[in-house]
Every structure is written in structure tokens, then in C-alpha cells.
Design a protein around this ligand. Structure first.
Ligand SMILES: Cc1cc2nc3c(=O)[nH]c(=O)nc-3n(C[C@H](O)[C@H](O)[C@H](O)COP(=O)(O)O)c2cc1C
Length: 434
């Protein structure tokens, strides 16, 4: 048995193997069809043998906080109860499913999505501190829209409590664990980051917020496993001088493990909008899609601005290399200092990547589990092929990512890959006996 096929224990819960689906948006929203959409998105992956599925970022408040269109909110226990159908389906396939809890803070749609702002002119964004000058400058230039509500100390406690309540609803609905969205410029990252956090109360130490959330989760959801992303902000642009170094990230990870987090996902991301999370090619096909031009103009506040964002996107694609396992060194540094499982994601595409980073081949494992995100948009049943020794089709072209700003579902939009997936499906490559 290779390391990939070996079970892993996270916070007392056994995961059948070490392959996970990293959190990506399912774009399910909260409407009548939300649960069916989530099942459609996640069941094939569980059926393909993936041991652990992280459902994408789900928002803990009843308004605001969504970083992208069609995110699901989990503040309402009646809605979350309905997700029992999803968790039951995943369990029927022998998989485990964790819910990722999130809030966008200053990254919310009201900030960057012009059409959304037009429809929600009064919506305010939760903020850790007064926004940094770089964001205020963009606001003054009309590039983004800021109406920040800086959280008081008691509001921070209330928000942590709300994360805990949602974790309780999730545990009742059969989720096997909770994942905390603490990277990708989310509100939790904003607490951890010196770029955003200038508070002079106890939450000036952002790890206190991680601790408050941990305690609230324990109060409402008992011993359910709790995993968090851990950011280092090493890819920050040069105009972001205050940011988390890798050493800061390792220190946060150590403290999170000491607080009681059961698993850690170290990721090197920026505190600013950029491609540090989704490193890969410039998605020219997605930008050129004729059916999306009006949508892009609406999202970015006009065609000229949409072109400016496109240009920035092109420059970004050049700036970030996308070597497989770009978070591996950070993971290794964390793994040396903690006893809880460390999970690696970011650019992994081949079975050899999985084996190398888990230590089946090579002698310096980076992680206890390996995950992929975009490859599951291309091949929902990818697990079967990876577990069989094959490689993912995804080439990180990013044609799946940009259309999501316009509310499009997350799916592969590269014809050659879509065709190859269909051929493999016809040939039975995704079949496996359960
Ligand atoms: C469209 C999209 C949505 C994502 N949504 C989330 C999310 O909800 N929560 C999160 O922690 N990471 C999110 N990520 C980041 C992924 O979990 C993952 O770290 C990243 O895509 C790198 O892995 P990959 O190269 O296998 O795609 C998202 C990535 C993409 C492409």
C-alpha cells in the first residue's frame, strides 16, 4: 500500500486515504436547488474514492461577506439541516466531508463587484481595522467601493461565536469536520495579517481570533475535527510592505496547533487580489468568451476597466511560477514544528507529485495528505484515476476561474480537456469498484 492509500486520522476521525479535494466554489447558493447542486458537485468525487472532501467557503452571516457570486450561506440552521442529504451521500461512498466556514470582510463582493455594489448600495464590509491606504487609494480612484464597519471588540467575540454556531449546525447535519477559511484574503486572514490588522485591543494579535473561533466551535460542535488554512504572505506585491513572512506563518501554525486545531493547510498567498492562490496560465479563452463580455463589463464597472483587469491578470500570470506543490517548503517548515496532520495543496497534478510529497518516493515528505482543487472541475471523478496511478488532465490554464466572477459555475472550459475527459469516461477510466 502506498502512502496515498493509507488512512489518516484527523482529530479522531479516520479518513480512508490521503487524497483530498481542496475547497473550491460549488456556486450552489441557498435556493431550492442548492442541496442538489452540492450533491451533483461533490458526490462524483466521493464516488471516485477521494477520502476527504472540503466543501468550499460557506458564509457564516446572513448578509454580506461573500467573496464571489453564488456562495452558500450557513447561518440558518434550517438550511444547514437540509445538507444532511449531502453528508449522507458522501458517507455512503465511504468518504468524509468537512464544511469550510468563511467571511470575506474587505474582500466581499460589495468591494470589488460593480454590479453587486449597484444592487446593494448600502452594504457595508466588516473590517478588522481602518482599511490600509492602498485600498483607500483604490476606493478614491473609484476602482473599488469601501464602506467599512470596523468591528468593536464585542463584535469580534460575537462573530467568533457565529462561526461556532455554524459549526454546530454543520456537526448536526453530519459533517465530519470543520475547515476554516483563513487564507485567500478572507476576514480571518485579515485578522492574521499586519497589512490589515492595526487593532489595539486583544485582537491586535490575530491568533486570538483563531483561538476565539476554536473555543466557539468546541462549545457548539464538541470535538468535531477543526482544520484551518494558515497563510504566509510571501507573494505580496512590493507595495504591501507589512505582511506575514514564512516564519510568521510557521509561528501561527504552531500556535494554532497548540490552541487545538486538528489539521493545518499552510498556503503562501498574498493579502491582495492577485493570482497567488490560483497560479497558472493567463486564461485568454475565458477573457475572450463572446458571451461573457457584457458580464465582465458589469462586474468591473465598464469595458475599459474590464480590459485593465485583464491586463493585470496577464502580468500576474507571468509573475507567479506554478511549479507543482508550490506550498511544499512552507508545509515542511510547519510539519517540523507541529504534531497534527499537515495538508498540502497548490499545483499538484500527477500521481508522482502525490507520492513524492507524501514520502512514498523521496525521503523528505512535505505533508500527511495531498489535495487538488481545479483538477476536480475538469474531472469530478478524478480520484479513481489518481488512485489507479494516473495523472490529472488539468493544466492550470485558469479558464475555469475568471468566468466565476460573472456567476458562471466552476467547470473546465478548455475544449481539448473536456473532450479528453469525455473520452476517458466512455472508456470507463473513472469506474471503480467500491
Ligand atoms: C475557483 C476557485 C475557488 C476557490 N475557492 C476556495 C475556497 O472556497 N476556499 C479556500 O480555502 N480555497 C479556495 N480556493 C483555493 C484552492 O483550495 C486551492 O488552494 C488552489 O486552487 C490551488 O490548488 P490547485 O492548483 O489544485 O487548484 C479556490 C480556488 C479556485 C480555483
Amino acid at each position: 500500500m502506498t502512502a496515498l492509500e493509507t488512512p489518516l486520522e484527523i482529530g479522531g476521525v479516520e479518513v480512508p486515504n490521503r487524497l483530498y479535494r481542496a475547497p473550491v466554489l460549488e456556486c450552489a447558493g441557498n435556493g431550492e436547488t442548492a442541496v442538489d447542486t452540492l450533491i451533483d458537485e461533490l458526490e462524483p468525487t466521493a464516488a471516485s474514492g477521494v477520502g476527504l472532501l472540503f466543501q468550499g467557503a460557506s458564509i457564516v452571516t446572513d448578509r454580506g461577506g461573500c467573496a464571489a457570486p453564488n456562495m452558500t450561506r450557513v447561518h440558518d440552521p434550517t438550511f444547514v439541516e437540509r445538507l444532511e442529504r449531502l453528508t449522507g451521500t458522501i458517507h455512503d461512498h465511504g468518504g468524509r466531508v468537512f464544511l469550510q466556514l468563511a467571511h470575506g470582510g474587505l474582500r466581499s463582493m460589495a468591494t470589488w463587484h460593480a454590479e453587486y455594489r449597484r444592487q446593494h448600495p448600502d452594504q457595508r464590509q466588516l473590517a478588522v481595522s481602518r482599511p490600509p491606504w492602498q485600498l483607500r487609494a483604490l476606493d478614491r480612484a473609484g476602482m473599488i467601493s469601501l464602506q467599512p464597519d470596523v468591528l468593536s471588540t464585542s463584535e469580534v467575540w460575537d462573530l467568533a461565536e457565529q462561526f461556532g454556531r455554524c459549526a454546530g449546525y454543520a456537526a448536526n447535519a453530519g459533517y465530519d469536520g470543520i475547515h476554516l477559511s483563513a487564507a485567500n484574503m478572507s476576514l480571518v486572514q485579515q485578522f492574521l495579517s499586519p497589512f490589515y490588522n492595526r487593532r489595539d485591543d486583544e485582537f491586535g494579535d490575530g491568533v486570538r481570533f483563531l483561538e476565539a473561533i476554536h473555543d466557539a466551535v468546541r462549545e457548539h460542535a464538541g470535538d468535531v475535527p477543526l482544520v484551518t488554512k494558515v497563510p504566509a504572505e510571501t507573494p505580496s506585491p512590493s507595495f504591501v510592505r507589512r505582511h506575514l513572512s514564512r516564519a510568521d506563518g510557521v509561528a501561527i501554525a504552531e500556535r494554532a496547533a497548540a490552541i487545538g486545531y486538528d489539521g493545518l493547510v499552510p498556503v503562501e498567498v498574498s493579502p491582495f487580489w492577485d493570482m497567488s492562490i490560483v497560479r497558472g496560465a493567463f486564461p485568454d479563452r475565458a477573457w475572450d468568451a463572446s458571451d461573457l463580455q457584457d458580464d465582465y463589463a458589469a462586474v468591473f464597472g465598464g469595458r475599459l476597466r474590464a480590459h485593465a483587469v485583464q491586463l493585470l491578470n496577464r502580468l500576474q500570470a507571468r509573475r507567479f511560477g506554478h511549479e507543482p506543490g508550490w506550498n511544499a517548503d512552507f508545509c515542511r517548515a510547519v510539519r517540523e514544528r507541529v504534531d497534527v496532520p499537515v495538508l498540502l495543496e497548490g499545483g499538484l497534478r500527477t500521481r508522482a507529485d502525490c507520492d513524492r510529497y507524501l514520502g512514498t518516493t523521496g525521503d523528505n515528505p512535505a505533508a500527511d495528505a495531498v489535495g487538488m482543487a481545479r483538477p476536480f472541475y475538469a474531472e469530478p471523478r478524478l480520484g479513481a484515476r489518481l488512485l489507479d496511478g494516473e495523472d490529472a488532465l488539468c493544466e492550470s490554464c485558469n479558464n475555469c476561474t475568471i468566468p466565476q466572477v460573472a456567476g458562471e459555475p466552476g467547470r473546465c472550459r478548455t475544449p481539448a480537456i473536456v473532450r479528453e475527459q469525455a473520452r476517458l469516461k466512455q472508456d470507463g477510466a473513472y469506474e471503480r469498484s467500491e
